[in-house]
Design a protein around this ligand. Structure first.
Ligand SMILES: [Zn+2]
Length: 248
C-alpha cells in the first residue's frame, strides 16, 4: 500500500512522455504546449528545452530521472524564447548548450515581458527571469555530445530563422530505430509557425532544407509545439513559409 502513490506517479509520468525511439522521448508541456525532449545514454541524459517556468523545469528534471534512472548531464536549448529556456535553473550541474550568440541574446527583462504578455503570472515570470541560465557552451556550426554507451547526439546551429539563434538536435537512427530531429520552433504542428521581431524569415526555408537533409525522409521530426511529424509535413511547412515570406 505504501508504494501505491509512487506507482501511480510513475504511470502518470510514463503516460505524459511519448517514446520516439529507444531512449528518446518527449513531452508536450501545459500552458504554451512547448516541447521538452530527453535522450538517454548510459552515463546521463540530454534534455532538449527546459519548459516555461522554474516549476516546469523541476518537474521535467524529476520525471526524466524517473524515466531513465539517470541524471540530466546535458541541456540543449533550441532557441531563446521564454517557453523553452525558463526552466534551466532546475538542472543543477548540467552542461548547458546553445547556438553561438544565444548567451548574449538572452535578456532577462525582455523574456520576462514576453512571458507576461503571453499570459504568465508576473511573479513566476520574474522568478524565472531572475534565475535565467545562459548556455556555457555555444555551437558555432556543429557539436557532438557523447552520452555514454555509444549514444552520440549532434547539435547543429542553424543561424537566424525562427529566432536569432536556432539550434537543432539530431539523434541518429540506430539498428532500425528512426533518427529523431528536435526542431525547436522552426517547425510547429499545433499552429502556424510564429515569426516575431527576432525572426529572419528570408533564411527560414533554407534552415528547414538543412533539417530535412540532416534527418532524411524517415526521421521523426519533433516540433517546438504540437505532435511529432514526418519529413513530408516539414517539407510542406517549408514551402508554405517560403510562400508566406516571398522567398524560394
Ligand atoms: Zn520560439
Amino acid at each position: 500500500m505504501t508504494n501505491h502513490g509512487g506507482e501511480r506517479q510513475e504511470q502518470h509520468t510514463g503516460a505524459r512522455w511519448e517514446r520516439l525511439a529507444p531512449g528518446v522521448a518527449r513531452r508536450r508541456l501545459p500552458g504554451w504546449d512547448a516541447t521538452t525532449g530527453a535522450v538517454a545514454g548510459e552515463a546521463g541524459v540530454l534534455v532538449v528545452d527546459t519548459g516555461a517556468t522554474l516549476g516546469e523545469g523541476a518537474e521535467i528534471e524529476r520525471e526524466v530521472r524517473e524515466l531513465f534512472g539517470l541524471p540530466v548531464t546535458h541541456i540543449a536549448l533550441t532557441h531563446g524564447h521564454f517557453d523553452h529556456v525558463f526552466g534551466t535553473a532546475a538542472f543543477a550541474g548540467a552542461a548547458v548548450w546553445g547556438a553561438a550568440g544565444l548567451a548574449a541574446g538572452l535578456v532577462p527583462a525582455e523574456l520576462r515581458e514576453d512571458a507576461v504578455r503571453y499570459g504568465m503570472d508576473a511573479r513566476d515570470a520574474a522568478g524565472a527571469a531572475a534565475g535565467l541560465v545562459a548556455p556555457g557552451h555555444e555551437v558555432a556550426d556543429e557539436a557532438e555530445l557523447d552520452l555514454g554507451g555509444g549514444r552520440r547526439v549532434r547539435l547543429i546551429a542553424l543561424g537566424a530563422a525562427h529566432s536569432g539563434h536556432d539550434l537543432a538536435v539530431l539523434v541518429p537512427g540506430d539498428g532500425g530505430a528512426p533518427a529523431v530531429v528536435f526542431c525547436g520552433d522552426l517547425v510547429e504542428e499545433s499552429g502556424e509557425p510564429q515569426a516575431g521581431p527576432d525572426a529572419a524569415p528570408a533564411a527560414w526555408p533554407a534552415a528547414l532544407d538543412r533539417l530535412l537533409a540532416l534527418g532524411g525522409d524517415d526521421a521523426v521530426y519533433v516540433p517546438g509545439h504540437g505532435a511529432a511529424v514526418d519529413a513530408r509535413f516539414v517539407r510542406e511547412q517549408r514551402n508554405a513559409l517560403a510562400r508566406r515570406f516571398g522567398v524560394s
